[in-house]
Design a protein around this ligand. Structure first.
Ligand code: OAD
Length: 230
């Protein structure tokens, strides 16, 4: 029998228990930064050093943390389910935990690309500085989808979401589009579980939505128990 298809949309709250800050919680990443200065093409053109240092800090931090129980439990779900993860996160903690199908909507911290050729993408662990260039002398930039830029993986994410038999949303404020719009692409009647201690999505808008007001690791265990009963 084919395994049930579980689509999981994750946000920064997924990695909070690993020690990575979310963006919009109190003391979150955006509290100390002007978003447009560090996460937009205009910001990069205006002050590349500032932008590169912001992502260098994120990259250094990522190299010091590890996946949490929630990441590991999602990876282990592949034994019983066909699990597709669509993440807004730029860390690689889902992959580190062993998840095999991970789509990054907003790019990846451990990759950089040429400012001239978006297909020239390299794996990158060290700091990226002004003067790090491709073979034609063009500056390299973080492989991150900034505000105002296209989301190249969106169509793939929509196609995956349309086939979901269960949608699991974890640790996202659902403030950033188009990622937040994915919830609208599930087939009618598809069960949706939303794990977030402070979920802001109205249950009344989605008749099949169940809110689980817990952390990612606690909530994933609970959803696994529920899915095993169905
Ligand atoms: P946000 O910071 O907007 O939201 C984080 C969510 O995680 C909130 O709803 C919190 O309640 C929840 N949360 C906090 N701790 C949690 C925990 N331990 N377990 C589960 N949930 C927890 O982050 P995102 O929704 O991911 O984009 O933000 C979306 C995008 O905005 C990011 O991908 C980033 C940002 O600008 C780019 O940089 C392109």
């Amino acid at each position: 029998m084919a395994k049930k298809k579980i689509v999981v949309l994750t946000g920064a709250g997924m990695s909070a228990e690993s020690g990575l800050k979310t963006f919009r919680d109190a003391n979150g990443l955006w509290e100390g930064h002007d978003v447009m200065q560090v996460a937009s093409p205009e910001g990069f053109a205006n002050d590349p050093e500032l932008v590169l240092e912001f992502y260098n800090q994120r990259r250094r931090q990522l190299l010091e943390v590890a996946p949490n129980k929630g990441h590991h439990d999602l990876a282990a779900m592949e034994t019983d389910f066909d699990v597709h993860i669509i993440t807004q996160n730029v860390d690689n903690l889902h992959e580190q935990a062993g998840s095999s199908k991970v789509l990054h909507l907003h790019g990846e911290l451990l990759k950089v690309r040429s400012t001239e050729n978006e297909n020239d993408i390299r794996y990158w662990e060290k700091d990226l500085i002004v003067g790090d260039v491709d073979q034609n002398g063009h500056q390299l930039r973080p492989h991150i989808v900034w505000f105002g830029e296209m989301v190249p993986q969106l169509d793939n994410a929509i196609a995956i979401t349309k086939k979901a038999e269960v949608l699991l949303i974890i640790g996202t404020s659902m403030q950033v589009y188009p990622a937040a719009s994915l919830i609208h692409y599930v087939r009618m009647g598809t069960p949706i579980y939303f794990i977030d201690p402070k979920s802001k999505v109205g249950a009344s808008d989605f008749p099949n939505l169940q809110i689980i007001s817990k952390t990612a690791s606690e909530g994933v265990s609970e959803v696994i128990r529920m899915l095993q009963k169905t």
